[in-house]
Design a protein around this ligand. Structure first.
Ligand code: MG
Length: 232
């Protein structure tokens, strides 16, 4: 595992509970954002289960590309753990999960739900994940959705369902790549130019806190979470 610098921050925002969870573990090379759904308590429990399960299952000796299968199974185990804990007040709980797992010279991306992973390379910001939301899937089919209102947040895939089908992809790393993992409370409040500006001008150790604060100041009504990772 290479020596990376990273930072992470979360903010309850204008809500009563923070249902987001994250991990920034440089030793494992593992960076996660999970955004829980399904009622206050359920959302918090589900996103915490997701993060704990992956941190336990993934070891720092990861070696691509065999590890794609390891990551897929770890995400499916996290989903099963949430599914099994669904009862009583927790019966509807689920979670998004976006994972960046750094291996020797490459990275694996694991993703389900509508949290996102962005990469800044040579001044260009690119979103490397595809939202698993009703709106995103209609848009991908060319269906005009306009203002989707409350429909905008319906997930088509998430952890906690019986069958879990995450996207898992191998990505090449370049020196100086900067990654941002974030929940929708962050990316919906900030335009991409603002994100680029912060990633370029702030030290990585402070960038996550700055992005979360900017999203809050911009009026985000959701929990806000960001994890920033820079490849040396
Ligand atoms: Mg959210």
């Amino acid at each position: 595992m290479m020596a990376t610098s990273s930072s992470a921050a979360t903010h309850v925002g204008r809500r009563d509970n923070n249902e987001d969870n994250y991990l920034a573990d440089g030793r494992l090379g593992l960076f996660l954002v999970a955004d829980g759904v399904g009622g206050h308590e359920g959302g918090e429990v589900a996103s915490a289960l997701a993060v704990e399960s992956l941190q336990r299952d993934l070891t720092p000796e990861g070696d691509a590309p065999r590890e794609a299968q390891v990551l897929r199974r770890a995400i499916q185990r996290a989903s099963a753990a949430i599914h099994e804990a669904r009862e009583g007040a927790l019966v509807q709980m689920g979670s998004t999960l976006t994972a960046l797992w750094l291996l020797r010279d490459r990275a694996l991306i694991g993703h389900i739900g509508d949290s996102r992973l962005y990469r800044l390379r040579d001044g260009q910001l690119e979103c490397l994940t595809r939202d698993h939301s009703l709106v995103a899937e209609l848009q991908a089919q060319g269906v005009p959705v306009g203002d989707a209102g409350p429909m905008a947040h319906i997930l088509t895939r998430a952890l906690g369902s019986e069958r879990c089908d995450p996207d898992v992809e191998l990505a090449h790393l370049a020196p100086g790549d900067c990654f941002l993992l974030c929940s929708d409370g962050l990316y919906e409040a900030l335009d991409e130019a603002r994100i680029v500006e912060v990633l370029q001008s702030w030290p990585v150790e402070l960038a996550a806190e700055e992005l979360v604060q900017l999203a809050y100041d911009a009026g985000s009504s959701d929990n806000i979470t960001g994890v920033v990772v820079r490849i040396p």
